[in-house]
Design a protein around this ligand. Sequence first.
Ligand SMILES: Cc1cc2nc3c(=O)[nH]c(=O)nc-3n(C[C@H](O)[C@H](O)[C@H](O)COP(=O)(O)O)c2cc1C
Length: 364
Amino acid sequence: MIGLFDRISRPFLRALDPEDAHALAVKALRYMPLAKAPADSAALGVRAFGLEFPNPVGLAAGFDKNAQVPDALLRLGFGFVEVGTITPRAQAGNPKPRLFRLEADEGIINRLGFNSEGAAAAHMRLAARRGAGGIVGVNIGANRDTHDRVADYVQLIETFALVASYFTINVSSPNTPGLRDLQQARALDDLLARVFDARERVRLRAGLTPVLLKIAPDLTLPELDDVVGVARKRSVDGMIVGNTTISRPTAMRDHEKAHEQGGLSGRPLFKLATRMLAETFVRAEGAFPLVGVGGIDSGATAIAKIKAGATLLQLYSGMVYRGISVMTEIKSDLTAALKRGHRNSLASMVGSDAAAITAESWPG
Ligand SMILES: Cc1cc2nc3c(=O)[nH]c(=O)nc-3n(C[C@H](O)[C@H](O)[C@H](O)COP(=O)(O)O)c2cc1C
C-alpha cells in the first residue's frame, strides 16, 4: 500500500512547486482510505518519558503543522507523530517562495516562518480525536509579532495539555527573528520555569504531560553546556536534537539554492545534527532521553543516530526524497540489526558511539 502510494505520487509531487506538493500530500492523507500498517515487533517498542512507543520512528514537526492528519500518519506505521509548530494566533508566515528542494544534495531549505492556522483550529482537530490512541506530540512556538514570547508558550501548554501526548518547546526555528535567543541560559531558565508552572496548573485535569526541548544544531559547545545544564536543572523530560541549520556544509552541490536564506534539513544536515546529538548525550548523562533528528533517510542513518545517543528518531526530509516507505525500511532494518546482534531491544545500542563521535574532528 505504502509502496504503491509512493510509486504513484512521488514523480508527480516532485514535479510540483514544493509547497503545492506538500499541500497535496496532506490532502491525499486526509482523504485516501489507508490500510493499517502491520503491528510492529515487540523488540521495536520503546518506553520513554512514561509513554510506550510501538516503534522509535516518528514524523518530525513541520509536516502536519495544523494537526490535520496525525491518525493517517500513525496508521501508515509511524511510532509517533509530532504536529506543529502551532502558534497561539493564526499567522501567514513569510512571503513565498519560502521552501526549496536541493535535489542534488537531497536537502531542503525552508523559511516558512511558522505559517499556522493557530491554536483554536489545531485544538479542535486534536480534541475530536481524543481517545483515538497513538502518540501525538504537540510542538509549540511563539507568534512572530507577540509582545511576550514566554506567555505564548504558557498559553499553548494550558490549551493543549488535555490532547497532547507530549509537548515540544520549539526555541530553535531560524525563521522567527529572536526565537532562538530563548536558548540563552537565563531566558531558557525563565521560559522553562513558566512552562512547568503552567503544566502544574493544569495537572489535575491533564496529568503531567511530558515536556521536551527542541534545540538548534548551531549552538556552540559552551552554549550547549548551558542549555543541557538548564534542561537538567528544570528536569525536562527529553530533548530533541535538533532543528534545521543555518550553516551550509562545504560539500553541498546545489550552490545556487544553498544561498537561499532559511533552515537546511535532510542529508546535508546529517553529520552536524548527529555530532550535536552525541555532544548532548554525553552532557545529559542519562538524565533524560533524546530524540535524534536530522538527515535520517535509511536504516544505516537511523542506527547511526541511535548509537550517537537517540532513544527515539524523527524524520521529515528523508520522506520527501524517499517516500513514506523510508519509514517501513528503517523499521525492518532495525529489526534485522536486533536479530543480528541477538538483542531484544534497541536500548543497549543507545549512545554506544557517542563518546567516540565527540572525539572526531568537527564536521565541515
Ligand atoms: C518544510 C519544513 C518545515 C519545518 N517546520 C518545522 C516546524 O514548524 N517546527 C519544528 O520544530 N521543526 C520544523 N522543521 C524541522 C524538522 O522538524 C526537523 O527538525 C528537520 O527538518 C531535520 O530533520 P530532517 O533532516 O529529517 O528533515 C521543518 C522542516 C522542514 C523541512
